[in-house]
Write a protein that binds this ligand. Structure first.
Ligand SMILES: [Cu+2]
Length: 348
């Protein structure tokens, strides 16, 4: 055997080994050993001009690791109205998490605020006393669970009084996709979290400032369930000025979570009918051709509709909670399909 030929053989063997390694890598990826990390101290959901409701697909990574800081933040709960909130990740709602059934979900919550908080993740089957324990300032909690149930779930702070931590803004959505997807291909996906704010003007005693003070929690109003604002994604009526954009013909999937703390959400799109609703986000529960679907506080559902050219085509479509006192307090937005030539007058 000539030197050059043996060298070629060695090269081939090395190439084969490399291919095998690559193959093993693929198998590993398919087995779901790949870890994808999301650090919400480093990436914050844009909230201007409106909270970004668009949702990217979940990746193939079988292990998804989320690091979520708890921090106090001034948030805008209506146009020009600020509120001194407590947050997951600096926004209200906190960042949307997205995983698939079968994924291992690693959660690390770091308390960077001056008071005790905790996390309660409705998508997890896990001993609550361990995962959902109190997290003192500067402390953190870390746990892992396997996502077993598809759906749109609420995540929130569970520190007593829970209502106070909810009215301060401590909630976020987690979307769990079915193992084989939702059965239909959506062209656009959005996440919408409904919640209430109970707010009163901030204390101006001893404050000399030209700026209006942030609003503060109104505990008696909350106990009487007299909401100041009812909102989608943390700010009253933000999607009226900044509609959600879709194209004519799009199948659109909405993941709706109702964080409450007190009201139901009666989710409805004016001018459309839902082809499918998955109560609690379970594909086995699919309902067809639904006008309005109620989501309890602490619940979620998945909605699909198609903006067909010859039906709900080019135009403007308000989405609301059909409990209209709540819509008038801010739980209203607009879906803009295509580029309508003129804006119809709409009072929704
Ligand atoms: Cu809390």
């Amino acid at each position: 055997m000539s030197t050059s030929r043996s060298r070629n053989l060695i090269t081939s063997a090395l190439a084969l080994a490399a291919l095998c390694a690559a193959g093993l890598g693929l198998t590993a990826a398919r087995r779901g050993d790949t870890v994808e990390t999301f650090d919400f101290a480093k990436s914050t959901t844009p909230t201007q001009p409106a909270f970004d409701a668009r949702l990217a697909p979940a990746s193939d990574a079988g292990i998804k690791a989320f690091r979520i800081p708890i921090e106090d933040a001034a948030i805008e709960i209506a146009k020009g109205v600020t509120y001194q909130g407590w947050t997951f990740g600096g926004t209200v709602p906190g960042p949307a998490l997205r995983v698939r059934v079968g994924d291992k979900v690693r959660v690390t919550v770091v308390n960077e605020s001056p008071m005790p908080h905790s996390i309660d993740l409705h998508a997890a089957r896990i001993p609550a006393n361990v995962a959902y324990r109190m997290i003192m300032p500067k402390d953190s909690v870390e746990f892992e669970f396997e996502a077993r149930d598809a759906g749109a779930f609420m995540v929130h702070c569970g520190t007593p009084p829970v209502t106070m931590h909810l009215m301060q803004g401590m909630y976020l959505p987690i979307i769990v996709d079915p193992k084989d997807g939702w059965g239909t291909k959506a062209d656009k996906e959005f996440v919408i979290v409904q919640s209430e704010f109970y707010a009163k003007p901030g204390d101006t005693t001893n404050v000399q400032s030209a700026m209006p003070m942030p609003m503060e929690p109104d505990w008696p109003a909350e106990q009487e369930k007299k909401a100041t604002y009812v909102v989608f994604n943390g700010r009253a009526a933000q999607y009226k000025d900044n509609p959600l954009h879709v194209d004519v013909g799009d199948r659109v999937r909405f993941f709706v979570v109702n964080a409450g703390p007190n009201f139901d959400s009666d989710f409805h799109i004016v001018g459309a009918v839902f082809d499918r609703v998955y109560p609690d986000g379970n594909p086995k529960h699919a309902l067809e051709d639904v006008q309005t679907y109620g989501i309890p506080a602490g619940g979620g559902a998945v909605f699909e509709t198609v903006f067909d050219r010859n039906a709900s085509g080019e135009g403007l479509y308000p989405f609301v909670t059909h409990s209209f006192a709540d819509a008038e307090k801010g739980a209203v937005g607009i879906i803009q399909v295509g580029t309508p030539k003129q804006y119809a007058h709409m009072d929704h």
